[in-house]
Design a protein around this ligand. Structure first.
Ligand SMILES: [Zn+2]
Length: 364
């Protein structure tokens, strides 16, 4: 069903003001105009040498799940940006999860860590920055297969936006999907964690829906935010122009289902509101036979957000909620021994408490 747009509430329904303040602050420091995201990304034409592989080259062995071993496929990732891996990253009961890489994009460190103390950040990032001092963030969608349906969680930046941003190593989701042996026609449900361009751009390909036969599930507040021109007008164009193109096409095709509160997408797979990064940002849980995987989407943007859960990025729209949600999710993941994945984090594993934060750990 397509949800009718709600009238905007006078008190700023989407509560985007904190992000605006962060962006404006950064604007005064570094860039001109509101298009921080554009500025940050347009500078990028990188050799896609594998600094990010350094960070994700640890071997992951997760008990009870088939491990996804990034280091085994390092050569595939070094230049092209996309990942073609036909093996599932994990299996839980009748479910299998595949990492569908859309590639990678370099970001400035103060974009990813807008409030981190410089000295602590510098040591935390040691050995991970490229020759320009920037951090390669992977874009990892998740394909979940069930006995009856196939779900794709997030769709990457898409080729059009990747070209516009000048990031040729992104926009590779369809290549990676094909590498698993699946085609767009095989996808029954697309789950959208939130409306940022790096998650929704791939929903359109060549001006048409990439998955025209799929239901597209999104949290109601998120849909409302990114389809409301009054709200969009308050954000930088670099964040909004993809939503302005993609979401109306979904609405016109009548393929959108919105979830209110925690929503069962298919039996065993839930869309769970996790506000902070955006107002309707949601994570996805996959559970079967006493085991659970949780796809954190952008509740963390880097592994350092496990260690320092109070560090924010420049695009965490609701800072206090971002921190509270992150801590809640990581506490629950540690308690439940969940398998943890995140869209911009290369490794997968389990979470444990560590000093004042957490860490994503692996077992040899
Ligand atoms: Zn993202």
């Amino acid at each position: 069903m397509v949800v009718a747009r709600r009238p905007i509430r006078p008190s700023s329904y989407c509560n985007l003001q904190p992000a605006q303040r962060i962006l404006e602050h950064r604007h005064r420091k570094r860039v001109s105009g509101p298009a921080l995201v554009h500025k940050s990304l347009a500078r990028l034409n990188r050799s896609w040498e594998s600094t990010f592989l350094t960070a994700c080259s640890r071997r992951l062995v997760v008990p009870s799940w088939e491990a996804y071993t990034m280091s085994d496929h390092a050569d595939d990732r070094s230049q092209a940006g996309g990942t073609v891996d036909p093996k599932p990253a994990f299996k839980i009961g009748d479910f299998a999860g595949y990492i569908i890489s859309d590639g990678q994009v370099p970001y400035s460190t103060d974009f990813v860590f807008s409030n981190a103390p410089a000295g602590v950040l510098q040591s935390g990032l040691a050995g991970r920055l490229d020759e320009r001092g920037e951090l390669q963030l992977p874009y990892h969608c998740l394909l979940v297969t069930t006995p009856s349906q196939n779900l794709l969680v997030d769709a990457g930046l898409g080729q059009a936006a990747a070209a516009a941003w000048g990031v040729p190593a992104a926009g590779r989701m369809l290549e990676s999907l094909a590498g698993t042996g699946f085609s767009p026609a095989d996808i029954d449900v697309v789950v959208i964690s939130h409306g940022h361009p790096d998650h929704i751009g791939g929903l359109v390909d060549g001006g048409k829906l990439t998955f025209p036969g799929a239901r597209h599930v999104i949290e109601a507040r998120e849909w409302d935010c990114w389809t409301d021109e009054d709200q969009l007008a308050r954000l930088p164009d670099g964040l909004t122009e993809t939503a302005r193109v993609v979401l109306p096409l979904l609405a016109q095709a009548d393929v959108v289902d919105v979830g209110r509160g925690e929503t069962e997408v298919v039996p065993g797979v839930h869309l769970v509101p996790a506000p902070g990064h955006t107002n309707g940002h949601s994570v996805v849980t996959v559970a079967s036979e006493g085991q659970q995987a949780i796809f954190l989407a952008d509740a963390v943007l880097d592994e350092l957000h496990f260690t320092h859960p109070r560090w924010l990025s420049a695009v965490d729209m609701m800072p206090d909620e971002t921190i509270a949600t992150r801590i809640r999710l990581l506490d629950e993941a540690a308690r439940d021994s969940s398998l943890v994945l995140a869209y911009h984090v290369a490794g997968i594993g389990q979470v444990e408490h560590h000093h004042d934060g957490y860490r994503l750990f692996t077992q040899q």
